[in-house]
Design a protein around this ligand. Structure first.
Ligand code: MG
Length: 330
C-alpha cells in the first residue's frame, strides 16, 4: 500500500474513551485478564455503546467529508491485544466511524506510539497513560465518565472548550494563585499583562485546530473554539496578549471570575471540554463531555512550533528561524 501522509490533526484514542467499556472493565478488575478476554470474545458481535469521546470523534471525522480531503485522522491506541480488539473494530464499523488505524500494545505503554502515528491529541481513561503522554509533550487528557445524556447532534460543526491556565497556557500563574491567593495572582497578572504566557500542554492541539479552521472561510468554519476560564478582569488582558503573540484566535471567550463554568458550557455545548481542575470538571461533566489535563510538571513542547506550521511534512520542526511565528501570523 502507498505511504500515507499524516494530516494536520491526528487523534490517538483508547477504546475506553471511544466506547462505554464499563462492564468489560469491571470484569477485568474483578476477574482478571483471562476472564476479560473471554467476556469480549463472547460479545464480539455486540456493539459497544458510545463513550465520552465518540461524539467528538464523529464530528471531527465529518470535517474530512466536508473538506473532501483528510484533515483529521483517528487512531485507536489500546493496551489490549488485537484479538480482544475485534469487538472494538466491529463497534467502530457499527457506529459508522471512518477509523482504519490501530495500535494494540498488548499491555505495554501506549505513549511511544503517539509519536509513531504523529498524534497531536491523546484521549484515554487511564491516568498513568495520560500522565506519561503529557510528560513527553503530547496534548493528552483523561476522559470523564460520559454525561447522563450523551446526545449527538448532526450539526456540521465541532465545538471545543478549553480552560486557560495549565491547559492552553503553562501552569506558572495557576501556581501563584494556589500558593499565594487571588490578590497576589491579580497583581502579578496585571504587572505581566504585556508579557505572553508560556504555551501549556494543549497549545499544540489548539494550533492544529487553527490550521484546520484556516482551510475554511471564517464565516462558515466548521470548528468552533471557546476559552472558558475562571480568570476575570484585569487578568483577562494577559490572555488576550498571549493569544495575539501566538497569532492564535479563539472564537468565543468566557472570563468567569471564579463563577461556575457549567452553565456557560451547557449553552456552548462543546463536543469536549478540557480543564485541569477537578472541581470544574466535576460540575461540568454531568451535562458536558469532559476530560482532565493532568498536572505534568514542566514539559517541553516540541510539538508546539510544529503545530504552528513549521513542519517539513515528516513531523520534524524546520530549523529555519522564525518559521513558526510567520506561519502563525499568516
Ligand atoms: Mg486551569
Amino acid at each position: 500500500m502507498a505511504r500515507r501522509e499524516a494530516p494536520q490533526l491526528v487523534v490517538g484514542i483508547t477504546s475506553r474513551a471511544l466506547f462505554d467499556l464499563a462492564e468489560a472493565d469491571r470484569v477485568f478488575r474483578e476477574d482478571g485478564l483471562a476472564a476479560y478476554r473471554e467476556h469480549q470474545r463472547r460479545r464480539e458481535a455486540v456493539l459497544l455503546a458510545p463513550g465520552t469521546a465518540l461524539p467528538l470523534v464523529r464530528a471531527l471525522l465529518r470535517l474530512n467529508r466536508r473538506a473532501r480531503s483528510e484533515l483529521v485522522r483517528v487512531v485507536v491506541i489500546s493496551r489490549n491485544d488485537a484479538d480482544t480488539g475485534v469487538r472494538v473494530f466491529h463497534s467502530i464499523a457499527g457506529h459508522g466511524l471512518a477509523i482504519d488505524q490501530a495500535a494494540f500494545t498488548g499491555g505495554r505503554e501506549p505513549w511511544p506510539y503517539l509519536a509513531s502515528f504523529r498524534c497531536n491529541l491523546f484521549l484515554s481513561a487511564e491516568p498513568g497513560d495520560v500522565e506519561a503522554a503529557l510528560g513527553h509533550g503530547f496534548p493528552a487528557a483523561l476522559v470523564s465518565a460520559p454525561p447522563q445524556d450523551l446526545a449527538e447532534d448532526d450539526a456540521e460543526e465541532v465545538r471545543l472548550a478549553f480552560d486557560g491556565d495549565a491547559v492552553l497556557f503553562d501552569h506558572s500563574s495557576e501556581r501563584i494563585y494556589q500558593r499565594h491567593g487571588l490578590e497576589a495572582f491579580q497583581q502579578r497578572e496585571s504587572a505581566l499583562a504585556d508579557e505572553p504566557m508560556e504555551p501549556g500542554p494543549f497549545a499544540p492541539f489548539l494550533a492544529a485546530l487553527q490550521h484546520i479552521q484556516s482551510r475554511f472561510g471564517e464565516e462558515d468554519a466548521p470548528v468552533r473554539t471557546a476559552l472558558v476560564t475562571a480568570r476575570g478582569a484585569p487578568a483577562h488582558l494577559r490572555v488576550i496578549n498571549t493569544l495575539r503573540a501566538w497569532g492564535v484566535r479563539l472564537d468565543q471567550s468566557f472570563f468567569l471570575a471564579g463563577e461556575d463554568k457549567a452553565p456557560v458550557l451547557e449553552q456552548f455545548r462543546p463536543h469536549i471540554f478540557f480543564d485541569d481542575q477537578r472541581d470544574h470538571l466535576d460540575r461540568a461533566r454531568a451535562r458536558t463531555p469532559s476530560a482532565q489535563v493532568l498536572p505534568s510538571g514542566d514539559v517541553q513542547l516540541p510539538l508546539f512550533s510544529q503545530a504552528l506550521g513549521a513542519t517539513d511534512g515528516r513531523g520534524e520542526p524546520t530549523d529555519e528561524p522564525g518559521a513558526a511565528t510567520r506561519h502563525a501570523a499568516s
